[in-house]
Design a binder for this molecule. Structure first.
Ligand code: ATP
Ligand code: MG
Length: 471
């Protein structure tokens, strides 16, 4: 298979290709960039595999492009620079072996095949040649092309060995499955289930990074389900793992909170890219297992789960090394997620609405987005009714905001000016004139600015002063 037409569209390819031949070096496009090219996914980082001295090669290509800044990592044999909107990386072919206590490999120079073999998945292990004799040719040692067509994540070598060498690859398998909406091979699920404890040698930052990529994918339930089914969730996010399961008692059962949560996360992901709002959706019911209680005659209750859930966030943020400046936002959404529905009733007071406006602050819209995503009923009539309830709450919010704005509203012409122009002492009359100006603005008789208010004052003042005289 040949991709010369596709790669010729990438601006830097011609230069790399002719320099490869000039310097008699084999060079390939490799890894994720080949995968994305075949899938026609846009990407801005381009990775090149150099059989030989990658640092020197990168330096020379950069020179031809007039680029001065090349970052070189001698230990890894990688060099990186930016060109137009692309992140360009050159890496020398390497062979890796592993020590069991670390996911950091022992690296030595290797052949093309050594380098391809160390890659995590077949869909990431393809290369396209850039040398003239086979320019554009796909080199696919592990049937990655076929796996892309059948939407399958598979490891080139034995998955037990692959995950034993670098357990982060377990997370990467589920992340790619979620991003691309692919399946993972059964052998990956088996190996992941058995090797999950190995994730403990991986730094929390890397695990969290992959977890957030899953949450950022178009349909996060794909990855979340794989994490749960492989029992990896138990290791990386036990509170979410514990949401699964249903208790049955005297005909009363409650919805499986984990399955409900997956629907809420997928729902919200259709309307927002904000990963912290998605995270809030993931954890909104996190304290349901701890607060679950069976009440005779009523059924299952989860009293206070929103408050306890909010309080659990700090620990989780610390443990998962999540950015602390997002803690308050997530806590707030969890704490308030039941509030809007409680305010949908007819007889709700302005002050109850005002309290929500103040507590939710600038995140009120996100809170309502969460509430809407939280509707997982399968009955379309109920869904419509619940959505209408939130519309009603937001209408009340607008009404109260409008009223509050009016309360703060003041005439552009102030009391002391009215006194000066009308020659009045501080008195009730001053207030009456001021109110008349404000009413004229609110009724749309005059515009809301100083000049209009002043000329209106001059027009009405005699009428007010006359009524003063007659008193
Ligand atoms: P993304 O679009 O997320 O950047 P990518 O495929 O480019 O996807 P990277 O993490 O940037 O992923 O890695 C580039 C390539 O390096 C991968 O396609 C894969 O071939 C290889 N690779 C990266 N990490 C690993 C790993 N932990 N084990 C084996 N191979 C890896
Ligand atoms: Mg990449």
């Amino acid at each position: 298979m040949n991709f010369s037409e596709e790669i010729n569209k990438i601006p830097i390819i011609k230069i790399i290709s002719s320099f490869a031949d000039e310097s008699k070096t084999e060079v390939f496009m490799v890894g994720g960039v080949v995968r994305d090219l075949i899938l026609k996914r846009k990407r801005s980082d381009l990775d090149f595999l150099v059989i030989g001295n990658s640092l020197e090669f990168a330096e020379n290509v950069a020179k031809q492009l007039g680029i001065k800044k090349v970052s070189k990592f001698k230990n890894f044999g990688t060099a990186h620079f930016r060109y137009e909107n692309f992140d360009i990386e050159f890496v020398g072919a390497r062979k890796e072996s592993y020590n069991r206590n670390s996911r950091k490999p022992i690296v030595e120079d290797g052949t093309f095949e050594d380098d391809i073999k160390r890659r995590d998945f077949t869909i990431n292990a393809m290369a396209i040649s850039l040398n003239k004799n086979n320019f554009g040719e796909l080199i696919d040692l592990f049937n990655g092309y076929q796996d892309l067509q059948s939407k399958l994540i598979r490891t080139p070598l034995d998955p037990f060995q692959t995950f034993d060498d670098d357990p982060l690859r377990i997370m990467r398998a589920f992340r790619f499955a979620s991003q691309l909406e692919f399946n993972v091979d059964d052998s990956i699920m088996n190996a992941a289930r058995q090797m999950k404890e190995r994730l403990r040698i991986v730094s929390q930052e890397r695990i969290t990074d992959e977890f957030l990529k899953i949450l950022s994918s178009p349909k996060p339930s794909v990855g979340l389900k794989l994490l749960y089914d492989s029992e990896v969730m138990q290791i990386i996010f036990p509170e979410i793992h514990n949401l699964a399961g249903v208790d049955q008692r005297q005909d009363y059962h409650h919805k499986d909170v984990f399955l409900h949560t997956l629907i809420v996360v997928d729902n919200i992901s259709k309307t927002t890219e904000n990963v912290w709002l998605r995270f809030a959706a993931l954890v909104h019911d996190i304290a349901k297992p701890q607060t679950k209680k069976f009440v005779e005659g009523i059924g299952w209750t989860f009293h206070g789960h929103e408050e306890l859930g909010a309080r659990m966030m700090k620990n989780i943020f610390h443990r998962m090394k999540l950015p602390m400046n997002k803690l308050e936002y997530v806590e707030k959404l969890v704490r308030l997620h039941l509030r809007p529905i409680a305010l949908a009733k007819e007889e709700v007071t302005d002050s109850a609405i005002r309290r929500l406006i103040v507590q939710a602050g600038e995140d009120l819209q996100d809170l309502i987005t969460l509430c809407r995503a939280d509707i997982t009923s399968k009955n379309p009539q109920k869904v419509e009714m619940y959505l209408a309830n939130y519309d009603a709450v937001m209408k009340k919010v607008l009404e109260v905001q409008e009223k509050d704005k009016l309360r703060e509203f003041q005439s552009p012409v102030r009391g002391d000016e009215i006194m000066r122009i009308c020659n009045l002492k501080p008195s009730k009359k001053v207030g009456e004139i001021k109110k008349a100006i404000e009413d004229a603005i609110l009724d749309g008789v005059i515009e809301n600015n100083y000049e209009a208010a002043m000329s209106y004052l001059l027009k009405i003042k005699d009428k007010f002063l006359k009524s003063e005289d007659s008193k």
